[in-house]
Structures are given as structure tokens and as C-alpha cells.
Design a protein around this ligand. Structure first.
Ligand code: RTP
Ligand code: MG
Length: 145
């Protein structure tokens, strides 16, 4: 039956500098593996400032843009390409709400984040964002077929 079938998608996930600094990398990768997503790209990465500005381009006019770029370039991140059924919304759901004050227990932000500015992980918010962000963070040869 195709009832309830969901599309196989790729999404861009990231452990932000606060998550790496706090030693949450193994715990977050563990949750991804237990969920059953396939990791098709993975690297420790110091984001160049220009890449950060492009990644968060949609927020360039917001008052917190400078702080956001400063933070995301403040140390290495773990860049992750995930593949799975409904992976874009599914990974966002595992992360929880942007503001950890609103993030449910059991979600990554609900369990680990303390402020909206330092919220541990990132996930693409649409198929278009996923495609754009995967291309921004990974060269073609860095992703599994
Ligand atoms: P992200 O892109 O980092 O995965 O987070 P998101 O989709 O849940 O949230 P988004 O609206 O895209 O915002 C990007 C990041 O900007 C910071 N932010 N600060 N001070 C504020 O009011 C504020 N609002 C957003 C957050 O760190 C958020 O993750
Ligand atoms: Mg976003």
C-alpha cells in the first residue's frame, strides 16, 4: 500500500558551535542514528563568515543578524547531510521549537538548549532550503550517492 507513504528527502542538519563546545555531538548523532536516518555527509567544519552570511541570508535585515553570524562562526560545527522519509520536517521535529522556552522535553532543544541564540542544532525548513544549504556546505564528492 502507498497509504501514508512519505517522500524520501535529504536535509541539512548542523550541530552549532555551542553543541560542539558542550560535548553534545555524540548524543545528537546517537539520536539521529536511533531514529533511522541515513547519514550521507558528515564533517567538522569552521564556517567562513561569508558562508554564514549566505546561510542565514533570509535574516540579514533582522536586528540579531550580526550576533547570529558571530555565534555560528565562533567555533567548529558538525555539518550533517541526512536522508530519510520525511527527513526535513522529521529532523525539525526532533530539534523542537526555535526558542527552547517553547521546546518540548524529549526534543534536542527542549532537553539541552538554554537560549534562543544558542539553540544547539539547525535544520533546513523546506525542500528549497535543504537543497540550497546542502550545496552551500558540501561539495558534490562529499555526499554519498
Ligand atoms: P535555524 O535556522 O538556526 O535552524 O533555526 P530556526 O529555523 O528554528 O529559526 P530561524 O527563524 O531560522 O532563526 C534562525 C536563528 O536565529 C536566531 N534567532 N534569534 N533573538 C531572536 O529573536 C532570534 N530569533 C531567531 C536563533 O538562534 C535561530 O535558531
Ligand atoms: Mg531557520
Amino acid at each position: 500500500s502507498t497509504l501514508g507513504a512519505m517522500p524520501t528527502e535529504r536535509t541539512f542538519a548542523m550541530i552549532k558551535p555551542d553543541g560542539v563546545r558542550r560535548g553534545l555531538t555524540a548524543e545528537i548523532l546517537r539520536r539521529i542514528e536511533l531514529k533511522g536516518y541515513r547519514t550521507v555527509g558528515l564533517k567538522l567544519y569552521q564556517i567562513p563568515r561569508e558562508t554564514a552570511e549566505s546561510h542565514y541570508g533570509e535574516h540579514s535585515a533582522k536586528p540579531f543578524f550580526g550576533e547570529l553570524v558571530d555565534f555560528i562562526t565562533s567555533g567548529p560545527v558538525v555539518a550533517i547531510a541526512l536522508e530519510g522519509e520525511n527527513a526535513i520536517a522529521g529532523w525539525r521535529s526532533m530539534m523542537g521549537a526555535t526558542n527552547p522556552a517553547n521546546a518540548a522535553p524529549g526534543t534536542i532543544r527542549g532537553d539541552f538548549a538554554t537560549s534562543v541564540g544558542e539553540n544547539v542544532t539547525h535544520g533546513s525548513d523546506s525542500p528549497e532550503s535543504a537543497q540550497r544549504e546542502l550545496a552551500l556546505f558540501f561539495a558534490e564528492g562529499e555526499l554519498l550517492k
